[in-house]
Structure formats: C-alpha cells, structure tokens
Design a protein around this ligand. Structure first.
Ligand code: WT7
Length: 659
C-alpha cells in the first residue's frame, strides 16, 4: 500500500522560513549526526540545562540487562531549571502559567517570579511536614495551579512525586499510594469539571484509611465546600502557606542525574499498574529537547497542551518541557464541551494561543458538532497544532488541518509513551512533509525498528510491518518499575533481547514513514487512556455475582476503542439490566469511570484453548458484531461453546453493534 502523493502535506513556506529546523535536509543532517555520534549529540543537548556539576559519562546503557544511566556524575535540580534560572536571567515578569478555570470567567496569570515564590513556599510547607529527599509524595489534585506548583515543589527538595489522575477511584488511589509507600498526600476538597463537582477529599479519605504510610494529608480548598478533616493528619494548604514561619526562600536540592524525579503509574497487559520511574537528568533533557523541536518553541509563544497533569503528557508537555524552555504554558481545568462545544477555540482566542496540542478523541467529539462552533472563533493566533495519545484517523487529521488550522498550521502527530518520557516519533513542523495518520519520522537520537513475532528484524526498502521496538537508549527512557526491577526487564526487554519493546504494532512505508497501528498486547486505548484488560476483568469479578470475565476492545467512534466485557455469572443469578449496571459500577468503583465497560454480555462460557487461555481473537470479532466467520476454532477445548456465546451475544443485542 503506497501512500498517494496528494496526501503529502509539505510544511507551509511561511512556517518553515522561521522554524528552528526549516528543511528536511537539516532534519536528516541532525538525525545522521545523532545516530553516528549519540554521545556527542546528547551531550550537546544536555547543555541546554543548568548543571551544578557536569556529568563524567554521557551514557551507560545496555538493553540486554535493562541497565540505563545517563549523564552520570552530573548534578542538577529540575525545579531550578524550570523556574529559578529564568528568574535569574531576568525573565521574572514573563507569564509562566496561564490558568484557565472550568468557569470561563475564572483565570489566573502566574509569572516566573511569582511561580518561584509559590513553589518555594510550598516546598517549605512540605519540609515542615517532614518530607525529605527521596520521600514519595502522592498528588491527587484537579487541574489547578497547585498541581504544577506541588510537582515543582517536590522536585525542588528532591521528593519523588507520584501524581494520580483525579478521575481514578479510591481503590486505584490506595493501590498507588501503597505501592509507592507515599508519606504525604496532597489533595483538594473538590475538583470542578464541566460545572460538576468531583469529591476528591472524600475519595482520598477512603483511600488513605488503608494507607498506613501516609502521615499527612494537605488539602487545597478549591470550592470551599465543607469536608470532614482528620485531626493530626489533615492540614489546609492555604493556612499552611500563610503561616508566618513559612518563608519565600527554599534552596534547590542538588540531585544526581540518576536520582528519581517521579513515579507515574500506567497499565500493562497483566497485573496491577506499574510505577514507571523517571530520573532527573535524562528525563529533563528529553522533555526540554523534544518540546523545543517538535513544537518549534519560539519566544512569545502561548503554548497549550489540553492533557491533564495526571498523565505523562501533562508531566512532560504542560510542566517540565515547556517550563524548562521558558515557555508560557496554559493549564485548563475544564472540558472541551463546557459551557459549550466552542470552549477550546474561545480559550485559544482569549489567551492568543499559538501552539495547541490535544488528543484525537477530543477532536472526534468536537467534529461531530460540525464546523460552525470552530469557524465562529477567530483562531488567528494559532500557528501549530499537535496530536497525541492514539493514531489520528486521516479524516480527523484533515478536519483539524482545514477547519481548526485554516489550512495554514502544520500538525505534529506525536507518538510516545509513559515509558519513553518524551516524544520519539513525530514530524518537525518546519521540515517534515506530513501524511495524515502517520507519526512520520523518528526524532534525532531515536532508532525505531520492526521485528516479527520470532524476534527477527523486518528489513527492506518497501512497505514493512511488525512489532515496534527501539534499538538504543535515549535519555528520557524510564529507568525501572518502582519496587520491581524484574518486571521492568520482563515487560520491555525479555521478548526481543537487546531491544526495547513498545507494545505497539507499526508499519513503515516505502518513504520511511511510521504508522502506528495500535497495541499488540492486552492493553486498550480508550479516549487516549491506557487500560489493561486484566485490570478491568479483576474489577468485574469483585462483584459477588460474577464468576469470570473477559474484556476486549472494539472500534468506537469517539473513544477510539470501547470496552466490551463478556461475563459469566455464578449459578442461579439473574442476568438483567440491573446486574449489567452493577458490573459497570464495580469497574467505576475499582478503577474509575474511564474504565467502565461500554457493553456487557452475559455468557454461559468463554472460548478457551486446551491450556485454558481465553481466545480473545474470537471475542474481539464478536465485540465488533462479527458472528459468522470467526476463524479457526478447532484448537478450543470446547468448540461448541462458541455457538452458545454467539447466541447469548446476539440475543442480548437489541441493535447490531456498529463496527
Ligand atoms: C500508547 C502510550 C504518550 C502520551 C499519551 C499516551 C498510543 C500514543 C500515539 C500516536 C498512535 C499513539 C500507543 C502507545 N499512542 N501516541 N501519536 N499515534 N498511537 O501515553 O498512556 O503511556 O500510552 O498510546 O499505543 O503505546 P500512554
């Protein structure tokens, strides 16, 4: 399948003329340099940061043992690099964080000087409550300035932050606190999204009741609603900050390049979510380098990434990358559809956003409402658009380009993962001709390759496909799974020895362009959120009526992938609409609303191989409405079960599911 040339969208000449990397030749040159002399290349990139002590060795990495170390011997502080050094260089009056509240009338502008003061005071509060270098601090906050401030305050004193997305349930929060052994939790009375309150403190209380490691809970009053407090454990953040003993100065702790910066939990194909561990030097070099290059960062840009800081996108491209580069970064508390579906473009006009980075799922949801809500806003300030989280459908890409970007803004489709810390495959907007739906070419320093299921490299000049691996380490690659180095090795380096395995499948076309085809493991991508099927299955069987469950994805118009659950109930249980709702509620309670199944089918059995493995291939077909042609079922322990499952599924589906 060769891509027709009419689908090649060159960078607009006006954009290329002032871009940091303004031609494909220049990109190729940078790339060649980065792979022939990676040490020289990354040492040069590391110079972008302030180091209180220079490294003695650029890289020491070996994928056969999963040992990865960058910039050893070097010392730096991530918060100093994101805040203080810009103030020291005379940029204290520049806006660092532009905060836009859920309510359109509610916003805040925080300069770099103000940010420095607020972060230092917050860090002093953490210290007062016994937080020291190496301690874990869990952050469960809505998208308010205190979220970025508390992240930076942890980095300032060398505490390891673990941000938990505000949409996760009490059980998910509890598991993450326990796994990290966090000492202190930062939360808010309530969050506000789309005009609705989220009872964060209540959820936090439920979680912390089972977390003996937590000695303090700091609470920000976002709405001022009355919430219960626990004497001797809880403290109000605003009161703590206002305390006369809390000063404006707090020194930045010099950290070793390989000291942990944060833990961020993400789902895998088995077991509970893994604590992805990122360290200080390599991570910040990666976040800063890629933010500058991929978003063509220019002085004066107002940069808006619509993600939540609870995900890696927010860590790298709301907080660390942009602030390290002295950008003005916009933080949005709300949702794209409140008070109406024009909100994104209102915010763009209001704050004169120049670089806009969002997810395909948000674009699909907005596209449904037609062009008018977009065209009613000016959007003249926009110069660059970005996409992240899942493959962007070519028709959505074209709508984004033509309608949102008035056909004058390049689009950067950025492929990366929580584990990679920073973008690995993406166009450089002034250099790379784009193809709708392709993440295009690897960034300098990144060596992707394809391997077949037997681990042989798939090579050649034509169109290729296989499992996406990376051949050599880059600075922001994760260093370990928190508390479980064996799991780190087993998950990423065992199946294809000597390579980092991404879990994604991909195609490389004859032009060398990369097309990510989606996960090849049992991980779903629902609205750009990563969800392990095993986690959802475990959540379902916490319901006393459920004996066994199997979960698969199916194509979903807005979410990208929807969740379909096949559930076997215990003997004598009636399978009615109430039970279906109860199954969904169980998942909401165990994980959070983002993981709730879209469809639940009660079935008499599950198709299993003779070794007892569920044949998900068949369930995936059924979930997308295919009930004939189910492929080879002869290796099943009981091929007759398929007929029964089909009967159960078709009997319960009022309308045939759309594929
Ligand atoms: C998985 C990583 C990286 C930040 C957001 C998600 C999928 C991500 C793209 C893209 C196609 C993409 C992959 C990847 N993915 N970006 N531009 N094109 N697929 O981070 O939760 O760690 O998920 O998201 O499947 O493995 P994450």
């Amino acid at each position: 399948m060769s891509t027709p040339s009419r689908d090649l969208v060159p960078p607009p000449a006006a954009f290329a003329a002032r871009a940091r990397v303004g031609s494909l030749e220049r990109y190729r040159q940078l790339y060649a340099e980065s792979v022939t002399n990676p040490e020289g290349f990354w040492a040069r990139q590391a110079e972008r940061l302030h180091w209180s002590q220079k490294w003695t060795r650029v890289v020491d990495a070996d994928f056969t043992t999963a040992r990865i170390r960058w910039f050893e011997g070097g010392k730096l502080n991530a918060c100093f690099n994101c805040v203080d050094r810009h103030v020291d260089a005379g940029h204290g009056n520049q806006i660092a964080i532009l905060w836009e509240g859920d309510d359109p009338g509610h916003d805040e502008r925080i300069t770099y000087r103000e940010l420095q003061r607020r972060v230092a005071r917050f860090a002093n509060v953490l210290k007062k409550h016994g937080v020291a270098k190496g301690d874990r601090v869990c952050i469960y906050l809505p998208m308010i300035p205190e979220l970025a401030i508390s992240v930076l305050a942890c980095a300032r004193i060398g505490a390891i932050h673990s941000v938990v997305f505000g949409g996760f349930s009490a059980h998910s929060l509890r598991d993450r606190i326990q796994d990290a052994g966090a000492k202190l939790l930062i939360t808010a009375d309530e969050g506000v999204r789309g005009g609705k309150a989220v009872p964060l403190k209540r959820i936090a209380d439920e979680a912390v009741a089972e977390c003996p490691s937590i000695t303090r809970v700091l609470v920000k009053q976002r709405t001022g609603k009355w919430v219960p407090t626990v004497d001797g454990r809880d403290a109000w953040i605003d009161e703590e900050l206002a305390h006369p003993a809390i000063g404006d100065d707090c020194p930045c702790e010099p950290m070793d390049a390989e000291d942990p910066l944060f833990i961020l939990y993400t789902s895998g194909s088995t077991g509970k979510p893994k604590g992805v561990l990122h360290t200080t030097g390599g991570y910040l070099v990666g976040a800063s380098f890629t933010h500058e290059l991929v978003f063509d960062h220019q002085p004066g840009d107002v940069y808006w990434c619509t993600a939540d800081v609870g995900w890696v996108t927010g860590h790298s491209y709301i907080v660390y990358g942009p602030l390290a580069n002295r950008a003005t970064t916009l933080m949005f508390e709300g949702v794209p559809t409140f008070p109406d579906v024009g909100r994104f473009w209102d915010v763009v006009d209001k704050h004169q956003v120049s670089v806009f980075y969002t997810a395909p799922t948000a674009l699909r949801a907005l596209m449904q409402h037609g062009d008018a809500p977009v065209l009613q806003r000016s959007r003249k300030s926009l110069r660059l658009l970005g996409s992240v989280g899942e493959p962007i459908n070519p028709e959505v890409w074209r709508w984004y380009h033509r309608v949102v970007g008035d056909s004058r803004c390049p689009i950067v489709d950025t492929w990366w993962q929580t584990e990679t810390g920073a973008i690995l495959i993406a166009p450089l907007p002034g250099a790379t001709p784009q193809k709708p739906g392709s993440a295009t070419l690897p960034l300098p320093g990144v060596r992707p390759l394809l391997v077949d299921d037997e681990g042989r490299e798939v090579k050649g000049d034509g169109e290729l496909s296989g499992n996406l691996c990376i051949a050599a380490a880059w600075p922001s690659i994760m260093r370990s799974v928190w508390g479980d180095p064996q799991r780190f090795f087993d998950t990423y380096f065992k199946r294809f020895p000597g390579r980092y395995f991404t879990g994604d499948g991909a195609r490389r076309d004859a032009d060398g362009y990369w097309w990510i085809t989606g996960r090849v493991d049992d991980v779903l991508n629902v609205s750009g959120h990563r969800i392990g099927t095993a986690e959802v299955e475990s959540a379902i069987v916490t319901h006393p009526a459920c004996a066994e469950a199997a979960v698969v994805g199916f194509p979903h118009e807005i979410k990208g992938e929807g969740i379909c659950a096949f559930v076997i109930v215990k003997a004598g249980i009636a399978t009615d609409a109430a039970l279906e709702q109860a199954v969904k509620d169980a998942v909401r309670r165990e994980i959070g609303a983002i993981a709730a199944p879209d469809r639940v089918h009660f079935v008499p059995g599950l198709p299993k191989t003779r070794s007892g493995k569920i044949m998900r291939r068949i369930l995936r077909q059924l979930a997308r409405g295919v009930t004939d042609d189910l492929g080879d079922t002869t290796t099943l322990a009981d091929p007759a079960i398929v007929t029964q499952v089909v009967a159960a599924v078709t009997g319960r589906t009022a309308h045939p599911p759309t594929a």
